[in-house]
Design a protein around this ligand. Sequence first.
Ligand code: HEC
Ligand code: HEC
Ligand code: HEC
Ligand code: HEC
Length: 491
Amino acid sequence: MNSITKLVEEKPWVGWVLFFTTMIVVFVLGLFAASIVERRTEALYTYRPATDISEWEPDSSKWGKYFPREYESYLKTKDMNFRSKYAGNVPIDSLAEDPRLVVLWAGYGFARDYSAPRGHHYAVTDVRNTLRTGAPMTPAEGPQPATCWTCKSPDVPRLMSTMGPAKFYASKWAALGPEVTHAIGCADCHDPKTMSLRISRPALIEAFSRKGKDIGKATHQEMRSLVCAQCHVEYYFQPQTSYLVFPWDSGTTVDDIERYYDSLNFSDWTHALSKAPMLKAQHPDWEVFALGIHAQRGLSCADCHMPYQSEGGVKYTSHHIQSPLKDVSTTCQVCHRESKEELMRNVFERQDKNFAIRIEAEDALVKAHFAAKKAWESGASNDEMAPVLKLIRHAQWRLDFAIAGHGSSFHAPLEVARILSTAVAKAQEARIHLTRILAAHGFNSEIEVPDISTKEKAQQVIGLDMPKLHEDKKKFLETVVPKWDAEAASR
Ligand code: HEC
Ligand code: HEC
Ligand code: HEC
Ligand code: HEC
């Protein structure tokens, strides 16, 4: 028998003293541990109000003083060091990769210049540099509206807070050039008083309210996607006012939005070859993602594009928004046990299969545009052509909707395959109609498609004066842009 047991047997109160002492020690230790955890959590979610930051502060470095980890990771959107099979943070000249696109966009600015996206850091630079801005698209279209700035910069909500959205959209793109200088930043997604996520763009709030939904009631997990849906969605500019509208009143699928545009008789441009009234899809990432398994299992954009990081025991959200394939261990492997290689293979397999259908659709559409051109030349009438032009419009709308979201083939592979298959079907149906129209006008041979094997050749075929466009752009970048920057710096 040991001495403590003996002592307790002789003097029972000693047992109680021991019991209470142990309780107190455990309690104090518990308090101590809780306080450590609390400190950690504080460091983890520094929802410290940043009181000297004004509501629409566009300069992210000012926010960065309070949130150095988030800020440092945010700065990495400048990186250009990753290329996956179809995406990555390097600029990819999509027209050079696939010159069919030049023909598909004939008569529209995208035929001049179109690159796959890189990091948020470049949002302002790239919209200044593209051949789609700075000079009138076509004399009929006139200069670009300020609406083109909307998804590039936290200067946008800042300006809207004083001038109001309608006046902002009604301004010219070049007129606001000296004002819009900061690339996408903290103010686009956060309220500085609470650091909670906020919606800074009216178009998203308005689209919800037209459906009778209050975006203010969105859950936290929904907000982790909705902040992205301010920009990564399909949109259009209302004719005359250039007011930015999300075309979701009939729903958000490709078919719903097609019906919406048809009901308004809306078109972005008239195709230079076929004369079809065309629609240009923007980047319906949010709408298409919603139809995939990951959205259906409750994931949000941030789960893969803004993974948690750990630094010295502190957990924070990476603000290096990029392809999740750059670092599979912090993204996919948080939930999946498969190897990095297997997970990447899963992504590429879905992308490859959809890419193959995409090329079928593009080939059929290129031929349809040239056949329609021939039909007009052969004397086809408006009445004869109307059903064909509608098929071409719908086929290309679907193709574009499927491919303009650069992640869609992975986000919702089945939906993308479905959309692309309807694009192929409609384009082929247009070609069958055209064969009949052409025959009726005495043309029975194969339609010749000119050599469009490179971007340059394709641009020549559709009659673009590229040297002039490049020269105009150079002038714009050398004379106008420095003035904008000087004006911004002197503010
Ligand atoms: C204010 C508008 C805006 C918001 C908000 C926004 N984006 Fe973007 N995003 C853009 C623009 C514009 C680009 C293209 C930048 C370029 O290429 O110059 C882009 C590019 C990207 C890219 C490509 C990056 C690369 O390395 O290739 C990804 C991925 C992305 N965004 C994901 C997201 C996610 C996820 C969210 C929400 C957490 C989000 N974005 C919120 C406008 C926005
Ligand atoms: C494109 C939208 C977007 C931008 C731009 C953005 N954030 Fe965030 N931020 C998020 C999301 C999404 C989260 C995760 C929120 C959550 O789950 O609670 C987040 C979380 C945070 C948090 C909470 C702590 C953490 O790490 O999870 C802080 C602090 C923060 N961001 C600071 C910043 C700062 C500073 C900037 C500018 C340098 C910035 N954010 C820019 C979307 C954004
Ligand atoms: C937050 C958790 C989470 C993350 C992060 C995540 N997934 Fe998933 N993934 C899921 C869930 C849940 C499912 C549905 C599986 C089920 O319910 O049986 C799924 C399904 C899948 C499927 C099967 C889908 C199909 O088409 O049948 C693939 C492939 C997949 N994920 C790959 C990835 C890859 C690649 C990444 C990283 C880019 C990733 N996942 C990131 C949770 C996640
Ligand atoms: C389950 C993980 C997952 C979720 C959730 C997710 N994505 Fe993605 N996303 C990917 C993968 C994988 C790719 C393909 C990357 C590649 O090919 O390198 C991608 C690609 C992208 C791209 C193109 C990137 C580039 O470099 O061109 C954008 C933009 C994008 N996603 C935006 C979003 C938005 C917006 C949401 C929410 C509506 C979202 N993603 C939700 C996994 C995800």
